[in-house]
Design a protein around this ligand. Sequence first.
Ligand code: KG4
Ligand code: ZN
Length: 369
Amino acid sequence: MPAAEKSCFLVLGIETSCDDTAAAIVRRSEDGGCEILSNEVWTEHDDHAAYGGIVPEIAARSHVERIDATVRRAVTKSGITFDELDAVAATAGPGLVGGVMVGLTTAKALCLAHGLRLVPINHLEGHALSAGMTEDAAFPYLLLLISGGHTQLLWVAGPGQYRRMGTTIDDAAGESFDKTAKLLGLGQPGGPRIQEAAVGGCTDRFKFPKPLEKRAGCDFSFSGMKTAVREAAEGLIGPTGQDIADLAASFQYAAARHLAQRTANAMNMVETTETAPRLVVAGGVAANVAIKQMLQELCTEKSWRLIVPPPKYCTDNGAMIAWAGAARLAAGITLPAEQAFAMAPRARWPLAMPPDGGKIGGGRKGPKA
Ligand code: KG4
Ligand code: ZN
């Protein structure tokens, strides 16, 4: 049945763009409600631990070894059969191309074997719509997308309707947590390790920079903060546990302050007549408690409503990919089958371009996000 004639969708979502092998089954009901029937995530942190960061070749191999079992578990736990599915949604980029290839190829094979529709999904759209799974996040909303590879402010008007307002000019927020954690010898993934280490630390012992504070707009910069942490750590002779806690707390505070300051600028730029406009935060870094607290203070001050999905839907997961697929099916904005099957994995895939064509946040191979 064509998408437009149907409004309830049962979708398998597959996510393999970084170091999580994930699959989930989600049902989108006629009234737009979401039911997550299963959500399997197999994280590869141990596979990469010895290297201090994610190694693309190891990630790709791990996805190959785990994808079948992960999908099987998601289907079994959901209690449904393949025949009941309407579609398979899979991340087609942006991300580590070897991993994306594993998930997308698996999705194509499943669709061919079971006669299902294929819905390729932009990973960033998965994050962008993720709040709708568990919260009442009506469109339009301002989205602060903070993950390991991306840091952006977007105006989200609906599935497929994004306007990028700001992006990072260097490191992503999650990347700066990961690099800082590595520098402090805290291990990976850096975000949760910094958050843990910061408990009992002093947020104002080290005065880290306020990047772009005097620059209008809402772009971000995290590389100076990372350098400042390194210089402060190098200035300590034989750092104690308390020193590390203070460095972690001061860095986390500075990162949260920067995110809040740029988000405040974006709020001022948004033209809305709503009495309580919505700020949605998504991506792995949205799991950070200190960042959530500071954004809550900002929202209270400006009379905005803060919406943050539970941590397991902030970090990479298959449910958000299935949900984005269901949202596209419901909106009737999926690709024809031949185009969907012809789609190749993409390392880079901007979700929305700013009016200037994306000069900021660009790179040798095109815009990062
Ligand atoms: O969205 P995600 O799972 O993957 C990407 O699409 O990148 O985000 C992963 C990032 C990592 O950089 C990780 O350190 C960060 O999210 N992260 C956190 C926290 N939990 C995960 N950063 C700060 N605080 C956390 N609690
Ligand atoms: Zn992600």
